[in-house]
Structure formats: structure tokens, C-alpha cells
Design a protein around this ligand. Structure first.
Ligand code: ADP
Ligand code: MN
Ligand code: MN
Ligand code: MN
Ligand code: MN
Length: 364
């Protein structure tokens, strides 16, 4: 692998500039959006001469869609519509992250704007109070895209000691994980936990429970923050669902789901109804669960490494080899939620939550 130049700059010098006092009514707004890959994020920043309270009060902006795989050069302006704001953990103070969805010149959603139709489904299912919790798995890579902490030639010892591991020979780059956790809490994202994963240099965090459209919003912003935190440490985040072929666990984005009825006494009946509905639409869900209509998940959903086969639908209590798992505690209490284990780590949270709501709540 090619030798990469050293990229660390002097953070002490940087800090001196970041301490310069600013006008107290001024904020720097970093607009964030999903690009034409449907998988990666972009952002740019503007000065705003007040401190925003809601996304609605913020100006529509635009960018060069021909540089993000979203438009032709001859008709390249794509619109950014602010939809949610969060405290900015990088610039702090009055500054904000502004999540946006994207619209073409004709005011139609871009091809990778799945938020628009997700919002439509969430609005129709509002009375059922759909809650989600997503378990985002990811891998930390060096800048040469080799897993962080792995020997540069060869492999670490086989899987076994790494899951929830402690110690410098078992987990790599915990500081990235902790920094991201704090940054999400600061921003107001409902991050609810984190753990080291089965493959060394692989980690997970969970967001939720979040209701309706906010699940997609929060997961996308948590990913933005993760990429930015990693940038500060000079490492790279991969959401590839099978970063290393062979006997190494892939990465998923298990999606936990409940409705109000499922959370109430004897909710297990509604959970079982939902599983029945899901069983009739396996292919439709697989197509929505990664950015390549199931192609990415083909490498991961092999039936090994705590996954079910991509070709079959299955459900079971406490079974991690199923498409849908009912957690043991849910079976005991006869109420709660179900876990869909199929979404890949690089899934679009809007597509995943939308298809679940359309199948289970709207019976489409
Ligand atoms: P696992 O045992 O599969 O590793 P985790 O603890 O990693 O589970 O994640 C559990 C997820 O379930 C969290 O994201 C949490 O927010 C979510 N969750 C908990 N209760 C509910 C509920 N009633 N409805 C939807 N999601 C829920
Ligand atoms: Mn320019
Ligand atoms: Mn988990
Ligand atoms: Mn996991
Ligand atoms: Mn899980």
C-alpha cells in the first residue's frame, strides 16, 4: 500500500483561533445532506446573523449537484431544505448542524432523497406511534483503508476475545468511540449505548427509541458526527457491511421496532401480527435494506456469523440466526418490540423505517 503523507496539523495553533470571541448573535450553520450515492454525506457552512430555534426559520440553500453525483453540469443547482437542527459539537456555542433534504431544479426530491416519502408514511401512521431503535455497526480503518490496529500484513488472532473487549490487544481506537458518544449526547441525539464488536476495530452504537421521521434524521446526523470525529483523529469510518471477507463478522444496522399497541399489555399479539406481515414481503424489505437493492447484503447475510440467509425469512425468540428476533425479555413480558436483523450497516435509515411502517402499520 502506498505511503500516505502525515496529515496531522498543529491543534494548539488551531485552538488559539477557535478562542477568538464572536458576536453573540451570530451562528455558523453547517448544512448537511446525503449525496448521490445514497450512502455518503456532504456539508458546507454559512454565517447566520441570529441564533436559530427551528429548521423552518432557516433559509433554503443550494449546492453544485454535478459534483455530488446528483445533477448535470448544465443544470447543476440542487436545493437544500433545512429539516432539523442540532447543536454543533465541533464548533460548539451558538453554532448548529442543519440536516437538509435535497430537491431538484423542478422542486421534486432528488433520487437519493428518501426522506420525503418516509415522512409521508410516518405522517399516515402517526396514530400508531411507531418507535425505532437502530444499532449502527461500523469499522475503523487507517487512512490506507486497512483495519485500524490490525497488523499491516496478515491478520489478528481469530474472533472471540474482541466483542465487548477491554485491553490494548483487544480493542482499537476506543477514544474515537467515546468522543463520538459524547458529541452525539451534546448535539441532542438520542444515542443510547455503545459496544465493541466481534471483529477487532469494529464497533456499534445504538440510537433510540426515536419516533417516526426522527429516527432517520438522528441516525444520519450521528453518522455525520462519526465521520467528522474520525477525521479529527486521522482515521476513516467504513460502513461496508462486509469489510473483510472470510471468517470475520460483517456489519449490520439491526432495526428495533414497536407500535403503541406492541408496547401495551399482551402486545405480543401485535408483534406476531407484524412478523406475519413482514414474512410476506421479504424481498421488498431486502431491496430497501442496503443502497444496492440487496447486492451489498448478499456478502453479509450468508447464514453464518450471527446472520440469516438473504434468501429466507425466519423469526425466533432470542435467535440471532433469524431475520427477526424477539428479545427474550419481550417474550417473557409478552410486550415490547421486535428486532429486524436484516438492514445492512450502510442502509438508508429513511428507507428502512419507511418500508417497515408501510408493511406493518399501513398494510400496503
Ligand atoms: P441487542 O441485544 O440486539 O444488541 P441493543 O441493546 O444493541 O440490542 O439495542 C437495542 C435497541 O432497541 C436500542 O436502539 C433501543 O433504543 C431500541 N429499543 C428499546 N426499546 C424499544 C422499543 N420499545 N421500540 C423500538 N426500539 C426499542
Ligand atoms: Mn465555487
Ligand atoms: Mn446491539
Ligand atoms: Mn452488534
Ligand atoms: Mn441487535
Amino acid at each position: 500500500m502506498a505511503d500516505l503523507p502525515r496529515i496531522a496539523t498543529n491543534k494548539t495553533v488551531y485552538d488559539r483561533f477557535m478562542r477568538l470571541p464572536l458576536d453573540e448573535n451570530l451562528s455558523q450553520l453547517t448544512y448537511i445532506w446525503i449525496d448521490g450515492t445514497g450512502e455518503f454525506l456532504r456539508s458546507k457552512t454559512r454565517t447566520h446573523y441570529s441564533i436559530p430555534k427551528t429548521a423552518e426559520e432557516l433559509p433554503v440553500w443550494n449546492y453544485d449537484g454535478s459534483s455530488t453525483y446528483q445533477a448535470e453540469g448544465s443544470n447543476s443547482d440542487v436545493y437544500l431544505y433545512p429539516v432539523a437542527i442540532y447543536k454543533d459539537p465541533f464548533l460548539e456555542g451558538n453554532n448548529r448542524l442543519v440536516l437538509c433534504d435535497t430537491y431538484k431544479y423542478n422542486k421534486k426530491p432528488t433520487d437519493t432523497n428518501h426522506r420525503a416519502s418516509c415522512l409521508d408514511a410516518m405522517t399516515k401512521a402517526k396514530d400508531q406511534r411507531p418507535w425505532f431503535g437502530m444499532e449502527q455497526e461500523y469499522s475503523i480503518l487507517d487512512r490506507d483503508l486497512h483495519p485500524f490496529g490490525w497488523p499491516k500484513s496478515g491478520f489478528p488472532g481469530p474472533q472471540g476475545p474482541y466483542y465487548c473487549g477491554v485491553g490494548a490487544n483487544k480493542v482499537f481506537a476506543r477514544d474515537v468511540v467515546e468522543a463520538h458518544y459524547r458529541a452525539c449526547l451534546y448535539s441532542g441525539i438520542k444515542i443510547c449505548g455503545t459496544n465493541a464488536e466481534v471483529m477487532p476495530a469494529q464497533w456499534e452504537y445504538q440510537v433510540g427509541p426515536s419516533e417516526g421521521i426522527s429516527m432517520g434524521d438522528e441516525l444520519w446526523v450521528s453518522r455525520y458526527i462519526l465521520h467528522r470525529v474520525a477525521e479529527e483523529f486521522g482515521v476513516v469510518i467504513s460502513l461496508d457491511p462486509k469489510p473483510i471477507p472470510g471468517d470475520w463478522n460483517g456489519a449490520g444496522c439491526h432495526t428495533n421496532f414497536s407500535t403503541k399497541a406492541m408496547r401495551e399489555e399482551n402486545g405480543i399479539i401485535d408483534i406476531e401480527k407484524a412478523i406475519d406481515r413482514l414474512s410476506r414481503h421479504h424481498l421488498r424489505h431486502i431491496k430497501a435494506y442496503d443502497p444496492r437493492e440487496g447486492k451489498d447484503n448478499e456478502r453479509r447475510l450468508t447464514g453464518h456469523h450471527e446472520t440469516s440467509s438473504i434468501h429466507d425469512f425466519s423469526a425466533g425468540v432470542a435467535n440471532r440466526g433469524c431475520s427477526i428476533r424477539i428479545p427474550r425479555s419481550v417474550a417473557e413480558e409478552r410486550k415490547g418490540y421486535l428486532e429486524d436483523r436484516r438492514p445492512s450497516s450502510n442502509c438508508d435509515a429513511y428507507r428502512v423505517t419507511e418500508v417497515i411502517v408501510r408493511t406493518v402499520c399501513l398494510e400496503e
